[in-house]
Design a protein around this ligand. Structure first.
Ligand SMILES: *[C@@H]1O[C@H](CO)[C@@H](O)[C@H](O)[C@H]1NC(C)=O
Ligand SMILES: *[C@@H]1O[C@H](CO)[C@@H](O)[C@H](O)[C@H]1NC(C)=O
Ligand SMILES: *[C@@H]1O[C@H](CO)[C@@H](O)[C@H](O)[C@H]1NC(C)=O
Ligand SMILES: *[C@@H]1O[C@H](CO)[C@@H](O)[C@H](O)[C@H]1NC(C)=O
Ligand SMILES: *[C@@H]1O[C@H](CO)[C@@H](O)[C@H](O)[C@H]1NC(C)=O
Ligand SMILES: *[C@@H]1O[C@H](CO)[C@@H](O)[C@H](O)[C@H]1NC(C)=O
Ligand SMILES: *[C@@H]1O[C@H](CO)[C@@H](O)[C@H](O)[C@H]1NC(C)=O
Ligand SMILES: *[C@@H]1O[C@H](CO)[C@@H](O)[C@H](O)[C@H]1NC(C)=O
Ligand SMILES: *[C@@H]1O[C@H](CO)[C@@H](O)[C@H](O)[C@H]1NC(C)=O
Length: 695
């Protein structure tokens, strides 16, 4: 064993200098590492010749960014994993810097084993461009209660819930999609190509196909300008995963330190040499923000476009239908663009005391002071509560001038813009029809709560009389019920002529006066709460059991939605049953569904309230049958197949006159027969004659 010679002073100095030089030369250990094989490309299946910033396959990791690592399965399927979600790469274009991706779990599969939102919103990947459309998949919903399934329902057994109903919703979901009657466990957001969205809404492709076509993703290499300089002098771009820095590789090694510019120098260089590199950093940052800014507009536009397209498709098959202007013009603009209505003066009563004696009609509406209303309702005492409406609680009050009023105190500030609220109140106070409740006015904008003041109608609601607290008294004979139907239809037809959609037609909103004449309440209220598609709105739109099934597809209530709800009211008048009753059998929970089944199966007698004399009286039976058929038409799934409110009114009046002129029944036969062809694949309802059993 020879002891190692003690180093001479000169060799010590040499080592010392060498160490300093090495340290000065590079700050990390990578100098000694070789960076080989970045001239290899990645290829897998149809994805070929992929280079920086991507790595994976035969490309070593230092040849690209960690977020751009691709994997290859079975030599055919290329995958990219981002935020722990794996995506199939269907296309990769390194000239335009975009990819077509599809979430792997949802590829050719609508029922994934795990649920992940697909949101690529980082600075590296963006999927929010106008070439995509968002679909929301909603899983684990409890049973759908209508027999006619909506086309956007599908089945998925999932681990998260015992419920197997699932839905897809194209575009934004402004409100709880299936309203409050259906509970869903989980929702997943996934983009698809705009074209797939269009074809899906036209039912030209299935959801599975749409998911399999993927969505477009723009990617952005934050070191792109450094890389182009590196390429400029023959280097190959890479990335040091340990130090997190862009590197430039020359012949398996880092290029000489003078050559690869530091990020600071690059920034200087790229700004001074604009034009050379038109994909420099600042510009890349602008593109996503522009895309984001126009996204909301595109979403809204698509929603309108979608509803329009659906209508067009249907119009093509049924040219006799007319286009409702409601489809194109948003409801908030509609009233102002329509011809002015003529109304009687709204000040038919002496103006009440006002806030500090200010002008009582500050915007053409009668203004009540909050204090007066507080006094009129005993400080909104609960014993005076008449009901809980969609937007507030209603109290019975007595004004100092002796008027009995119904006072609706709106729930705290769930309206968006006071200005719009006042406009809406002004429009509603101008509506005058013998079968509409009069809206006298509201509190001033300075008042602490917004309160609407209506005429008080003393005799309860139709719901109270059909299946509520007064049901047992049996005051509603068939002729009264038919009259209620006619007067309600009359009021709704008037609203529609005035370009107002009621939006919440139900027996709870049909009030009765002492002579059992109808006063329709709560009309147009949801107009005050704009259903802004860019925000999730909590404003209720309609009531479970009464809501137009097409609402679930377009989130838009039209005149034809009122017609649908009115169809439910007609069935309630015939049957005395509630619109929704969970004590009934599953398929009968929803009254409209139950009615459609009974009418189609020619078992109407099982639906009709026997106390009305259906079995006993021939004329009553004839009338009820005709009303049931009218209701059947109102309850059609497709909006365009439903009659207009004017037509409904006309048919009801003819039915009422039947009693007096039995021979006129022929008139009705013709109009009923005409519509049988519209029943869209369903069993044609029996002709009135076959159901009468008495000629
Ligand atoms: C890739 O680069 C290595 C040196 O790093 C070289 O030996 C090899 O020939 C190159 N291959 C191709 C296909 O250019
Ligand atoms: C990939 O590169 C190979 C060889 O460079 C070439 O023959 C082939 O056409 C390329 N494929 C694509 C899809 O560009
Ligand atoms: C999707 O799956 C079906 C069978 O489930 C198969 O026949 C079809 O080829 C698949 N399509 C794609 C694009 O993988
Ligand atoms: C997806 O995102 C929505 C809205 O951000 C959220 O409500 C939902 O729970 C998310 N789903 C999953 C599976 O994380
Ligand atoms: C991206 O998503 C994160 C949460 O996942 C969020 O905080 C961020 O604001 C989003 N960025 C953009 C631009 O939407
Ligand atoms: C879902 O599971 C139920 C039993 O839990 C089964 O009857 C049904 O066929 C399954 N549906 C599908 C689509 O797998
Ligand atoms: C599903 O049903 C089973 C029994 O049928 C019950 O034990 C389980 O808790 C249910 N799961 C959920 C998520 O409701
Ligand atoms: C759907 O297909 C029909 C004919 O099959 C075609 O007329 C229509 O334009 C298609 N719609 C879309 C959105 O592709
Ligand atoms: C960066 O640009 C400034 C002027 O914009 C110049 O004074 C400076 O010398 C430049 N630095 C480098 C490293 O090029």
């Amino acid at each position: 064993m020879t002891p190692s010679p003690s180093p001479s002073p000169s060799s010590l100095i040499t080592i010392f200098i060498a160490t300093i030089l090495t340290a000065a030369h590079s700050q990390d250990t990578t100098t000694t590492t070789t960076f080989a094989n970045c001239n290899r490309t990645f290829s897998c299946g149809t994805i070929r010749n992929i280079t920086y910033p991507f790595t994976g396959g035969g490309r070593p990791s230092h040849c690209g960014l960690p977020e751009f690592t691709l994997t290859c399965r079975d030599n055919t399927v290329t995958e990219l994993t981002h935020n722990s979600v794996a995506y199939r790469v269907l296309k990769l274009d390194q000239v335009q810097n975009f990819m077509i991706l599809a979430p792997s779990l949802l590829y050719n599969n609508t029922c994934p084993s795990q649920f992940h939102n697909s949101t690529l919103n980082s600075t590296l990947f963006r999927d929010d461009g106008p070439e995509n459309e968002v679909i929301n998949l909603i899983y684990g919903c409890n049973g759908y209660v209508m027999s006619v399934k909506p086309h956007n329902i599908f089945n998925c057994n999932s681990s998260i819930s015992n419920f197997t109903d699932s839905y897809y919703v194209i575009g934004p979901v402004p409100t709880d999609p299936i309203l409050r009657i259906i509970f869903c466990s989980i929702s997943v957001r996934v983009p698809v190509l705009m074209d797939s969205g269009n074809r899906l809404s036209g039912l030209n492709i299935s959801l599975r196909e749409a998911l399999t076509l993927g969505f477009s993703v723009k990617y952005n290499d934050p070191y792109e300008s450094i890389c182009s300089q590196c390429n400029g002098f023959g280097g190959q771009c890479g990335f040091d995963w340990i130090s997190g820095q862009s590197i430039c590789i020359c012949d398996d090694k880092l290029c000489p330190p003078a050559l690869p510019p530091s990020p600071e120098a690059t920034r200087n260089a790229s700004t001074s040499s604009q034009g050379n590199d038109d994909r420099s950093k600042p510009r890349m940052n602008v593109v996503p923000s522009i895309a984001g800014a126009i996204l909301a507009g595109i979403g809204l536009g698509w929603l309108i476009f979608y509803c329009k397209q659906r209508r067009k498709l249907r119009l093509a098959t049924n040219s006799s239908q007319t286009i409702s202007k409601d489809v194109i013009i948003p409801p908030s603009n509609k009233v102002f663009s329509s011809p002015p209505l003529t109304f009687p003066s709204i000040h038919s009563y002496p103006p009440p005391k006002t806030d500090l004696g200010r002008d009582s009609s500050e915007f053409g509406v009668q203004i009540f002071s909050y204090c007066d209303l507080k006094e009129a309702t005993d400080n909104f005492d609960c014993s005076r509560e008449l009901g809980d409406g969609g937007f507030g609680t209603v109290y019975h009050g007595m004004l100092r001038d002796g008027r009995a009023v119904a006072v609706k105190r709106l729930y705290e500030n769930n309206f968006k813009r006071v200005e719009q609220f006042r406009n809406e109140v002004e429009i509603l106070t101008r509506l005058r029809h013998p079968n509409l409740v009069i809206l006298y006015g509201c509190t001033s904008k300075r008042s602490r709560d917004l309160v609407l003041v209506y005429e008080y109608i003393p005799n309860g609601t139709v719901a109270d009389h059909l299946h509520g607290k007064w049901a047992k008294s049996g005051l509603l004979s068939w002729p009264i019920r038919l009259n209620i139907a006619i007067e309600t239809a009359d009021a709704l037809a008037y609203l529609h002529r005035s370009d107002i959609v009621h939006r919440d037609v139900k027996t709870n909103n049909i009030l009765l006066d002492n002579d059992f004449h109808v006063k329709v309440a709560d009309f147009g209220l949801s107009r005050m709460f704009p259903n802004d598609v860019t925000h999730v709105s909590t404003a209720p739109q309609g009531t479970p059991g009464y809501v137009d099934p097409e609402y679930y597809q377009c989130y838009k209530l039209t005149e034809k939605s009122d017609v649908y709800s009115f169809g439910v009211v007609l069935i309630e008048l015939i049957s005395s049953l509630q619109a929704v009753d969970t004590n009934r059998q599953r398929l009968d929970i929803n009254l409209s569904n139950m009615a459609i089944n009974k009418i189609q199966n020619r078992t109407l007698h099982e639906l009709v309230d026997q106390s009305l004399g259906f079995e006993m009286d021939c004329n009553t039976r004839r009338m009820i049958t005709l009303v049931a058929e009218l209701a059947f038409r109102c309850l059609q799934q497709e909006r365009d197949m439903r009659p207009s409110m004017e037509e409904v009114l006309e048919v009801l009046r003819v039915v009422q006159n039947e009693k007096l002129n039995a021979h006129k029944v022929e008139v009705v036969h013709i109009s009923v027969d005409d519509e049988i062809g519209l029943l869209n694949g369903s069993i044609s309802p029996p002709s009135p004659n076959s159901m009468f059993g008495c000629a």
